[in-house]
Ligand binder design. Structure first.
Ligand SMILES: C[S@@+](CC[C@H](N)C(=O)[O-])C[C@H]1O[C@@H](n2cnc3c(N)ncnc32)[C@H](O)[C@@H]1O
Length: 379
């Protein structure tokens, strides 16, 4: 497993060589090398470096670099001296945490992951990590670790009907039980869809949006908590915290105003819509709340890092693809992005009809609110 071989594999994959040819050219360990090369090609914007060590599984689980950096900066505010990542994977979160402390530990049960993490730490020039290839729940591992904070981003078995702590690997319940003799400061990465009632500790639920999508839920056990619930919008870096003392001011309308404000999923998941409304103009109203889309509306062109996007209203008409298409053509729209929640097959049929023969520079965003099409343009 060396750098030249992986570089060569990247080049051969880009040139379109099939598996047989790759095997012949790469020789020993060719499947592993091809996996690493594919992961590097696929990683694109996830990391600032294009030479990291990971396989495709490692890449899928790996923390996005901007999330890792944000969480490390947050840890830095607490003056923590040491941390152990007890399920470190290819080490991205671990490495960024290590930059903020004197001593870090990286544990993973999978020897290949530990090797990747070790090599990645070297790439980032981080030298204060002790790597341990072992089960983090075993007494021998616990014995070796002396850390102020325990962090774990556990693996999630894919087909679970409901996200529960006991199904994660290692289970945060077990990690807590095992390490609570040593510290009371824990940080857990949890599945964002998990119901908060299933978490038995007092602390903060922090939901992170990255590039417009919900990316992470981090739970900070009490000594490291700053609020009950929070939402962070990355890469902008905006943060909103729950405030139980705020007056409840959210009201609804079914009539879009001159502007539509798209609310980040993290804010909705964190239950912070009321907190957000205290940052919006007084006449703002909630307009739509679906699983993938939350909209408020108002009369001012609000630009805020706490909003995903602001749209200006072009027209409201009955939701009929032919009529929408007529309007878009008349107004000079060349493209339409549908922001509607309908079954997949229907979606493509509607999209095709709405986009027929569009010509022009403008790009429309089309929402469906009740039985109305709301045509907008991003500002
Ligand atoms: C979601 S990944 C961690 C990803 C990591 N945060 C990153 O940025 O690459 C979870 C890791 O937990 C490891 N794991 C699962 N059970 C474990 C255990 N009992 N002890 C140590 N590691 C474990 C898996 O091998 C896997 O690499």
């Amino acid at each position: 497993m060396n750098e030249e071989k992986v570089r060569l594999a990247e080049e051969l994959i880009r040139r379109g060589l099939d598996r047989k040819k790759l095997r012949a050219k790469l020789g020993k360990d060719w499947e592993l090398i091809v996996g690493i090369a594919k992961a590097r090609i696929r990683a694109k914007d996830k990391f600032s470096r294009d030479d990291l060590w990971m396989d495709l599984e490692g890449l899928r689980y790996a923390t996005h670099e901007s999330v890792a950096k944000y969480r490390a900066d947050r840890l830095g505010e607490f003056g923590v001296k040491s941390i152990a990542d007890v399920s470190c994977g290819i080490g991205i979160q671990l490495i960024f945490y290590a930059m903020k402390v004197k001593k870090a530990y990286g544990v993973d049960i999978d020897p290949l992951k530990v090797e990747f993490a070790r090599r990645n730490a070297e790439k980032y020039g981080v030298g204060n990590i002790e790597f341990i290839n072992a089960d983090s729940l075993s007494p021998e591992t616990v014995e070796r670790i002396d850390a102020d904070v325990i962090f774990s981003d556990p693996a999630r078995p894919p087909e679970m009907p409901e996200r529960r702590l006991e199904d994660l690997l290692p289970s945060p319940l077990k990690v807590y039980e095992t390490y609570s003799k040593k510290t009371d400061a824990f940080i857990f990465d949890l599945p964002p869809q998990m119901r908060r009632e299933l978490v038995p500790w007092k602390g903060e639920f922090e939901y992170i949006d990255l590039h417009g999508h919900l990316n992470r839920l981090t739970f900070y056990i009490d000594p490291l908590a700053k609020a009950e619930r929070s939402a962070v919008i990355l890469p902008a870096g905006a943060r909103l915290e729950s405030d139980p003392n705020l007056e409840r001011i959210v009201e609804w309308t079914n009539k879009p105003g001159q502007y539509l404000y798209e609310i980040p999923q993290a804010i909705d998941y964190a239950g912070l819509i009321n907190e957000l409304f205290h940052h919006l103009p007084a006449e703002a109203r909630m307009l739509l709340r679906e699983k993938r889309r939350v909209l408020a509306t108002g009369e001012e062109p609000v630009k805020s890092p706490l909003l995903k996007r602001t749209y200006s209203l072009v027209a409201v008409l009955p939701f009929h693809p032919v009529r929408i298409n007529n309007l878009l053509r008349k107004e000079g729209f060349g493209r339409a992005t549908l922001r509607i929640s309908v079954p997949q097959a229907e979606y493509w049929r509607i999209k095709k009809r709405i986009e027929t023969n569009l010509r022009g520079e403008r790009r429309a965003f089309v929402f469906k609110i009740g039985n109305k099409a709301v045509i907008t343009e991003a500002i």
